[in-house]
Structure formats: structure tokens, C-alpha cells
Ligand binder design. Sequence first.
Ligand SMILES: [Zn+2]
Length: 206
Amino acid sequence: MPPESVSDTNGDERAAPEPDAPEPDAPEPVAPEPVAPEPDDKDWTWTLTRVCPECGFDAAGIERVAIPALIRDAISRFPEVLARPDATERPTPQTWSALEYACHVRDVCRVFTERLELMQREDHPHFANWNQDATALEQRYGRQDPQVVSGELAASGEAVAVAFTHVRNDEWERDGSRSNGSEFTVESLGRYFLHELFHHVWDLKG
Ligand SMILES: [Zn+2]
């Protein structure tokens, strides 16, 4: 992907960038909301079978039992990234700051925990759509506190690692599908999720 775009390995519906809107109760002058990065509509499921040429992650080579430890490895990179003095600054106007990436990864961990639990609980579930760009705008990722986000990301990352630890041997082949029709098993969901984590670590050179 081009360096100025945000990685979209989630593949869900994308929101059109919303026009900047001043807060009604904000003092003047009103700082404009940052522009939304250009949407990246590519389907990233190919990363389940091929090495990612950008971040170098080989999701196909991941063993099931290694998933929780690799999740923890990726998540452990973020406290240092969030402690950088420029963590809240966008490198370019269209590129998320480290803080915005960390907010996104925190929420990706929550979404994938929900998807995993849904696949364990129901037969052939359809995942609820998650619009990551709309979430970034609604939650004002760029205005969150890096230290708070660091703690929240550590917690959501640990929760999803624990959830994968608890997958039973007879659950790895349970399936589910995304809103764009892509189908996953519990195992491929875990490998796909890991690529997303490590791709964002690569985005941040973490
Ligand atoms: Zn990658």
C-alpha cells in the first residue's frame, strides 16, 4: 500500500471521509479535525497464503499454538511507540499518528475477540460490520491520551491473547464470515489478525 494510506486489513465497509465540523461548544478559533486518511479498499485475505511484501509477515507459517505468544509480542511494542515525543503527530497530513494507530489496534483487538467468541458460540456466524474509519472519527482517536491508550491496548491485547489460549482443539475449524463475504475459520482468523498486528507494528517501525 502507499505509505500515505492507512492499512486496512479489516476489509469491512468504509466510510466516506466526513467534512470537518466544528464543535458547537468549542472555543474560537476551532481547530479543524484532521483529515481522514485515504480509504484503502483492498482485500487483505491473500496475506493468509502469501508473505506480505511490505511487513514481511508470513501468516501461512504460523502454528496455532504460537498465536497467543505472537499477539503478546506485537502488543508489547506499543508502550515504547506511544511514549515517543511525537506520538500524537501525523508524519504527513494523511497518515495516522502513532496514537491513532494504537487506538485502532486497541479496537481491532476488541473486534477480533468478539468475532472469535461469536465463532465459538454460534454455527457459521456473520460478523457484525465494523467501520474502522467511522470509529476513528467518532472516537476522536487523535485527541485521546497516549498513556491511557497504552493501558487500554495492553488490556485488549491480553484479552484477545487469552481468548486464543482458550480455543479447544475441536474449535479451530469452526467458521464465520465477514460482511464482504470472506470466510474464516478460527485458525485463519487468528493468523489474519496476527498479520494485522504486525503490519501495524511495521507501519510504526515499532
Ligand atoms: Zn503486512
